[in-house]
Design a protein around this ligand. Structure first.
Ligand SMILES: C[S@@+](CC[C@H](N)C(=O)[O-])C[C@H]1O[C@@H](n2cnc3c(N)ncnc32)[C@H](O)[C@@H]1O
Ligand SMILES: [Zn+2]
Length: 376
C-alpha cells in the first residue's frame, strides 16, 4: 500500500473528482497506447496526482511510461521525492517554474502525451506553451480558479485575460467554461491544430477542462466560436457563430424595451464527449469505489447525459419566476415534455436545476405552464 504525506502546503480534499478524472483519463490513454508515454504533472503540490497515476493509471505493461512531477515551490521537492518513492516507473522530479519547463521541453522537442495543469488563478500565459509541448492527440487537463472574469463580474478583467466580453448570466459556470474553451481553441488554431473538449465541469470555484489537441482542425470547427446574447428583462437567449454574424433580432420584450447583453467570443460547440465519458464510466466501475469516488461517478454520469451541444440554458427557478407560479417544474418531466414537442432538451450536466434546450423561451414557458396544469 502506498503512503502519501500531504505536508504543510496545498491540498484540497474537495478536488477529489478532478484527481479521479485525471487518473481515469491517464489510465484510458495507457490502455489504448501503442508506444511509450510521457505524462507531466506541472503543478503537483504534494504530488498526489502523479503518485496516483503511477499506482492506478499504468494499465498497460507493454507500454513504458515516464512521469514528470513538478512544482514551482522548491520547498515542496522533498515531499514530492518522499511521495514518489513508491512509484515503480521511471520518473523525473523537479521544482521549476512552469513556463521554463514547458519552453525548454518545446526547444528540446520533448513532447508530452498528457499535461495536468492544476493552476491557481488563470492559467492564460501557460496555455500556448502547454499546447506546443503536447504531442498530437495529447491531452491537457486544465484548471482555472479565476471565476470573476469569465462570469461577467470583472468585465475589464475578461477583456484582458480572455479577449472577450463576459456578461452576468444565470448559467455562469457554463459561460465560464465556454469562455475558457474558446480561449484555448483560439490558441490551438493559431498553431494550425484542432481542439476537442472531452469534458468540462465546475463546482463554482474551479473551472476544469479536459481537452484533446488534434493534428488538424476538423472542417467547420470555426463555427464553434460565437456570441451568446441574453436579455435580462425578458430572459430571451440567442446564439450566433462569429463566422456568420449578422444583426440581432428583437428579443421578446414589448416595444423594444429589452437590450441584449452579449458575451464572447466563446465556445458554442459541445462541452462533453459522451462516448469517451461512457468508456471512462465503465473503466471507473471496473476499478471500484475505493479508487474512484461515488461523487466522481455521479459527476461523469451527469456530464455524459448532457453533451452540452448548445449554450441556451435556463434555470428552472427563472422559468417559475417568469411564469409567476409555485415551485419549479421537475426537471425530468420538463425535459421529456420538450422532447415530446420535438425540441432537443437535457438537464444541464454543468449546473444543477437547469434545462438545456433549443426551444425558445415563450415555447419553453408554455410547456412549463402545461406541466403545471397537469400537476407535475
Ligand atoms: C492547485 S495547487 C496543485 C494541487 C495538486 N495538483 C493537487 O491535486 O493536490 C497549485 C500548485 O502550483 C504551484 N505553482 C504555482 N505557480 C507555479 C508556477 N508558475 N510554476 C510551477 N508551479 C507553480 C504551487 O506551488 C502549488 O503547489
Ligand atoms: Zn427582452
Amino acid at each position: 500500500m502506498a503512503q502519501l504525506s500531504l505536508g504543510p502546503g496545498f491540498f484540497r480534499p474537495e478536488s477529489r473528482p478532478a484527481r479521479d478524472l485525471s487518473v481515469l483519463l491517464a489510465r484510458h490513454q495507457s490502455l489504448n497506447a501503442t508506444r511509450p508515454l510521457r505524462w507531466l504533472d506541472l503543478m503537483a503540490g504534494c504530488g498526489i496526482r502523479a503518485l496516483r497515476w503511477g499506482l492506478e493509471a499504468l494499465a498497460n505493461p507493454a507500454v513504458e511510461t515516464e512521469l514528470w512531477v513538478n512544482d514551482g515551490d522548491p520547498d515542496r521537492l522533498p515531499l514530492i521525492q518522499a511521495n514518489a518513492a513508491g512509484l515503480g516507473c521511471s520518473n523525473r522530479l523537479t521544482a521549476e517554474a512552469a513556463d521554463l519547463l514547458l519552453h525548454r521541453s518545446i526547444v528540446e522537442r520533448h513532447w508530452f502525451d498528457f499535461i495536468d495543469l492544476d493552476a491557481f488563478g488563470a492559467p492564460g500565459p501557460l496555455i500556448q506553451p502547454a499546447l506546443q509541448a503536447l504531442r498530437f492527440d495529447g491531452l491537457l487537463f486544465l484548471a482555472s480558479t479565476d471565476g470573476r472574469s469569465p462570469t461577467g463580474h470583472d468585465r475589464p478583467g475578461a477583456i484582458r485575460s480572455l479577449g472577450a466580453a463576459a456578461r452576468a448570466h444565470p448559467s455562469s459556470w457554463e459561460m465560464a467554461l465556454r469562455q475558457q474553451i474558446g480561449l484555448v481553441a483560439r490558441q490551438a488554431w493559431m498553431l494550425g491544430r484542432g481542439l476537442q473538449p472531452l469534458f468540462s465541469f465546475s463546482e463554482g470555484r474551479t473551472f476544469r477542462l479536459a481537452l484533446r489537441l488534434r493534428r488538424q482542425i476538423p472542417a467547420g470547427d470555426e463555427q464553434k466560436l460565437g456570441l451568446v446574447a441574453r436579455c435580462e428583462r425578458c430572459g430571451a437567449q440567442r446564439v450566433q457563430p462569429l463566422l456568420k454574424l449578422s444583426g440581432w433580432p428583437a428579443c421578446d420584450c414589448v416595444a423594444g424595451q429589452g437590450r441584449w447583453s452579449i458575451s464572447g467570443p466563446l465556445w458554442i460547440g459541445p462541452l462533453q464527449e459522451p462516448q469517451l465519458l461512457q468508456q471512462l464510466i465503465a473503466e471507473a466501475q471496473q476499478l471500484g469505489r475505493q479508487q474512484i469516488s461515488p461523487a466522481t461517478l455521479r459527476l461523469m454520469q451527469r456530464l455524459q447525459a448532457d453533451p452540452g451541444d448548445r449554450p441556451t440554458v435556463w434555470p428552472t427557478d427563472e422559468l417559475v419566476r417568469r411564469l409567476g407560479i409555485g415551485g419549479p417544474p421537475a426537471l425530468g418531466p420538463l425535459v421529456q415534455a420538450l422532447q415530446a414537442a420535438g425540441y432537443r432538451a437535457s438537464a444541464s450536466g454543468v449546473m444543477p436545476g437547469q434545462v438545456r434546450t433549443d426551444a425558445e423561451l415563450p415555447q419553453l414557458l408554455q410547456i412549463c405552464a402545461s406541466l403545471r396544469g397537469e400537476g407535475i
